[in-house]
Every structure is written in structure tokens, then in C-alpha cells.
Design a protein around this ligand. Structure first.
Ligand SMILES: Cc1ncc(COP(=O)(O)O)c(C=O)c1O
Length: 367
């Protein structure tokens, strides 16, 4: 009998569907909405970056190179030997795709600390891998990393441990001693530093790369640098490891415009500093303005978003999110956990958006 097309599908692809970021689609469809949901930077690219974009847009008929110039610059910035310590991706999401394809076979396991960014699970499952989620510990109005829990979750099938630092959505950092414990297991350890610039490179763990070959650090220009739409991310690793991961790289994955714009942005120290100062000031203002609401748990954040738990105040996160949406603000929620259904997260927006967010939340809680 003739086979059906579904009979030809890779078994672990069969149950999967396309990831749809409906909130982002909605924001593009209705530009009047306040995009306070995706941890984007509210500030547009600097004039310097825009100039580079225009220059290379006029050369868009040409293929990009393999990014030797920008990779060399990134290596130097991070005190690594050279371009071979750096792999470029279409955002750090693509970097995760490459790392996972390098280490995972169907049935292998990736350990993540939850709640966390969704891409690790998505890219793991596309390869037939199994995601193992170790929950953070919710104690004294804080969500704490659980390195012990991660170590206890290791099995012979564990091929990758991934930890975001600071974590999305909780906004806090893991202790260096805990990263060393994880690095010492020898298992490929990905430290996702997507938001590191908000607290400064001094908080980075790139120094572990020189001591532990299994440590890989990932970064992105989507956040503090404010270039999410250009899609530029990178990884830093031991030369041998980075070049093995680069074997999975789709040639010419990063376009000419993104590559050169990234080089300009990386060199624009003032541009970065302005964005970081703006964000950190606005983040503090949001937290201060909402800190008096009885029962509302606000998680201290070192990134460009703030997580809230309104469960102890007797409110549901989904009610807050739909109330805010009626007032044109898009927020992000999460499924019930730790016995609470009060989760919501806001991304720092423009000054006017932040003031409006504070007004809307106060209004909701005064109802
Ligand atoms: C922790 C973390 N890592 C990585 C990313 C991916 O960013 P990009 O693919 O734009 O580089 C995000 C985006 O929200 C994130 O929160």
C-alpha cells in the first residue's frame, strides 16, 4: 500500500507544531499597542548603527563573509584568543540550535532551570531530545537557582546543562561557585548571558571558558544593544569546541547588514551605556512605584524586565494581562506554578509606556 506523507516524517517531529509568537504578531498588526512583552529595547538603534545599516543595505547584492572582523572584535572584547573562539548566529536562538545539534542525539537529555526562556525546550525537541526542567526554589519572595537540583537531575543521557544568567523571567544571577560546580561535571554547560550588559561584563563567566573546555557562553545584540530585529547573536567557547559547533553552521547565516551593524554597535560604548542607564533607571522607577501594593511580590531584576507574582494579593496573572491589554499594553504571563496563578512580566518600555503601565496596574489593584 502507498505510504502517506506522515509515514515519512521523523517520529519526533510528528507531534510538533510551528512555534507561533502571537503576541509579537499582534504588536506588529496593531502598532498602537505598547510592546511590553518581549524584552525588546524601547530605544531605536543609534545614528552610528543606522549609518552602517544604510551603507551595507546598498551592498545587499553581495554575499556576507564569515564574519572574521566582527568575530575577532568579539574575541578581543572578551579576552579570548581569536575568531575561532566565536560563532555567529541569527540571534542567540540560532546559536542554541547549533549547540544542540552538535551534542544531542534522539533520547538525550538537556537540563534547564525553570522558569526560563522557551527556546531551549523547542530546539531540544526538534532533535528528539528530552528536556528536563529543574524548578527554581521559591522562598522568601525570591526565586532562587537550584544548582543541587540540577546536579541531582544528571543522568548518563545528560548532554547539555543550560542556565541563563541573569535568568529570564526572574531577573537574578546564579552564584559563581554554583557555575563552577556545574562546570566540573564536564557536561557541556551553556551560560546564556542574553542580558549580561545591564549589569556589566564584570558579571560574565567567560573566564570559566579558559579553565573548563565544556563551558560555552552565549550572548545577543537583541537586548541591551537594541537590535532584536537584525537578529545577531554569538557564542564564546574554547577554540576546539567552538569550531566543532561551527561545523553545524549554515553557511552565510548572518546577513551583511546585521554583521556590520553589529560591529558598529559593539564598538559604540556610549550607545550601550546610554541604553543600560536608561533601562536601569526606568526599571527602578517601576519597582518603586509598585512596591506598596499589598501582597504583590516583585522580583528584583538585573535585566530589562520585571517579574511579578500577584497570587499572594489574591489576583490572577491572566486577569491583569487582559486588563492591561484592554488599555493597549501587552504583557507576558506564565502558567500557574508554586501554588500561584498570579504570574506576569513587564518589559521596560518608553518613559510614557512605563508610567502608563504603573497607572494601569495601580488601577487594577484598586478595583
Ligand atoms: C534568556 C534569553 N536567551 C536568549 C534569547 C534570544 O534572543 P535572540 O534570539 O534574539 O538573540 C532571549 C530572548 O528573549 C532570552 O530571554
Amino acid at each position: 500500500m502507498k505510504k502517506q506523507i506522515s509515514d515519512y516524517l521523523v517520529p519526533y517531529i510528528k507531534p510538533l507544531t510551528m512555534y507561533v509568537s502571537g503576541h509579537i504578531d499582534l504588536a506588529w498588526k496593531k502598532p498602537s499597542l505598547k510592546r511590553m512583552m518581549s524584552n525588546e529595547n524601547p530605544l531605536p538603534p543609534s545614528k552610528k548603527v543606522l549609518k552602517t545599516v544604510m551603507k551595507y543595505a546598498s551592498m545587499a547584492n553581495r554575499y556576507p563573509d564569515q564574519g572574521i572582523t566582527v568575530r575577532t572584535k568579539i574575541a578581543k572584547m572578551n579576552k579570548l584568543h581569536g575568531a575561532e573562539n566565536v560563532v555567529l548566529g541569527n540571534g542567540s536562538s540560532e546559536i542554541y540550535d547549533m549547540i544542540f545539534r552538535t551534542f544531542l542525539e534522539p533520547g538525550d537529555e538537556v537540563i534547564q532551570q525553570t522558569p526560563c526562556f522557551g527556546i531551549y525546550k523547542l530546539r531540544c525537541e526538534v532533535l528528539g531530545g528530552k528536556i528536563i526542567s529543574v524548578p527554581m526554589i521559591y522562598r522568601d519572595k525570591k526565586l532562587l537557582y537550584d544548582a543541587e537540583g540540577i546536579i541531582n537531575a544528571i543522568t548518563p543521557k545528560t548532554k547539555i546543562i543550560v542556565v541563563a544568567n541573569p535568568n529570564n523571567p526572574t531577573g537574578n544571577f546564579m552564584e559563581t561557585a554554583d557555575f563552577i560546580r556545574l562546570a566540573k561535571t564536564g557536561i557541556p554547560l551553556c551560560i546564556d548571558e542574553a542580558y549580561i550588559e545591564y549589569e556589566g561584563f564584570k558579571k560574565s563567566h567567560t573566564k570559566l571558558i579558559r579553565k573548563y573546555k565544556n563551558v560555552i557562553v552565549t550572548r545577543t545584540l537583541s537586548k541591551a544593544y537594541g537590535l532584536a530585529g537584525l537578529r545577531f547573536g554569538y557564542l564564546l567557547g574554547d577554540r576546539e569546541v567552538a569550531m566543532k559547533i561551527a561545523a553545524t553552521l549554515l553557511p552565510w547565516n548572518v546577513g551583511t547588514i546585521s554583521m556590520w551593524a553589529a560591529l558598529t554597535a559593539l564598538g559604540d560604548k556610549k550607545g550601550l551605556k546610554d541604553r543600560v542607564n536608561y533601562n536601569n533607571g526606568e526599571r527602578a522607577a517601576i519597582i518603586k512605584a509598585l512596591s506598596k501594593i499589598p501582597g504583590l511580590v516583585i522580583f528584583p531584576s538585573k535585566a530589562n524586565y520585571v517579574l511579578f507574582d500577584s497570587g499572594p494579593a489574591g489576583k490572577k496573572g491572566e486577569d491583569i494581562i487582559s486588563f492591561a491589554q484592554k488599555k493597549d499594553i501587552i504583557l507576558r504571563g506564565d502558567k500557574p506554578k508554586y501554588g500561584s496563578d498570579g504570574w506576569f512580566r513587564v518589559t521596560v518600555g518608553s518613559k510614557a509606556e512605563n508610567r502608563k503601565f504603573v497607572r494601569v496596574i495601580k488601577e487594577f489593584f484598586s478595583k
